[in-house]
Design a protein around this ligand. Structure first.
Ligand code: GLN
Length: 271
């Protein structure tokens, strides 16, 4: 054990905030109500596991998906233990702000607005919003044709924000993307605006029936892993992510979950 590590661990084992303060310097004091302890090499990572193929729960309740595998690989690469915590999507940023989690990976689009309250890793996935409609709908073919329609979206998402800009649209908001897609499938909404990879996966896996994607993608978006503002862990996160992109692990995971190689290179920044 390196001396600095020893001091760090010794400081932590004493536990009291006052002692932590006295240890100062390299000791991260990121608070965590739920046991995440960044300084001891444990990151509690929030995710909303209803967004396949990025994150979902398998039959045994195990978290699976591209994001889950990527975050586990990042943990190994950075030498930290990663522990996932399931949270509602719109609760992730508040949890980061409160310091109860060290990171969030949840197909989260890097936006300028979110970047005011949290820090993002470099982009790790290129996505975009798609319009889904009923299979027999020949009228709704583009973003423009959504005017006055009933649109189902997931709370707190970029899709919900985009739907909010459509004239005279009636917006129905759901806690998860599958619930919004189900509303469309049931005939209770005219369209869903949601991340293209997730909507396409729901259709191809047969999870949602009678639904198709129409028109062009309405946005290009990049996903990032979010951390609290000025997190001492951001650099380690980015270093590990770049290493995984460079050593082929990223491509292998992409291939595993999307069946193809990634298209194009990722930009350095999300907006
Ligand atoms: N990418 C979208 C967003 O960030 C949706 C994310 C999600 O529902 N997990 O708003």
């Amino acid at each position: 054990m390196k001396r600095s590590q020893f001091i760090r661990n010794a400081c932590l084992s004493l536990g009291a905030a006052v002692v932590l303060a006295a240890c100062g310097g390299g000791v991260s004091t990121t608070p965590s109500a739920d046991g995440g302890d960044a300084a001891a090499g444990l990151w509690l990572v929030g995710t909303e596991p209803a967004f396949p193929p990025f994150e979902s729960q398998d039959a045994s309740g195990e978290l699976v998906g591209f994001d889950i595998d990527l975050m586990k690989a990042i943990g190994e690469q950075a030498g930290v233990e990663v522990q996932f915590e399931s949270l509602p999507f719109d609760g992730l940023i508040p949890a980061l702000q409160a310091g109860t989690i060290e990171a969030a990976i949840s197909g989260m689009t890097i936006t300028e607005e979110r970047a005011q309250t949290v820090d993002f890793s470099r982009p790790y996935f290129r996505a975009g919003l798609a319009i889904a409609v009923a299979e027999d709908d020949t009228e709704t073919t583009s973003f423009e044709s959504l005017e006055g329609k009933t649109i189902a979206v997931q709370l707190g998402t970029t899709g919900a924000e985009m739907a909010g800009t459509i004239k005279d649209a009636k917006i129905s908001t759901f806690d998860s993307a599958p619930l919004a897609l189900q509303e469309l499938s049931n005939g209770n909404a005219d369209a869903v605006i949601n991340d293209a990879p997730v909507t396409l996966d729901a259709i191809s896996s047969g999870n949602i029936g009678g639904v198709k994607v129409v028109g062009e993608l309405i946005t290009e978006e990049f996903y990032g892993i979010a951390m609290p503002k000025d997190s001492p862990n951001l650099e380690a996160l980015n270093t590990a992510l770049v290493e995984l992109i460079e050593n082929g692990t990223y491509d292998a995971l992409y291939e595993k979950w999307f069946g193809t190689a990634p298209v194009g290179t990722l930009p350095e920044a999300g907006f």
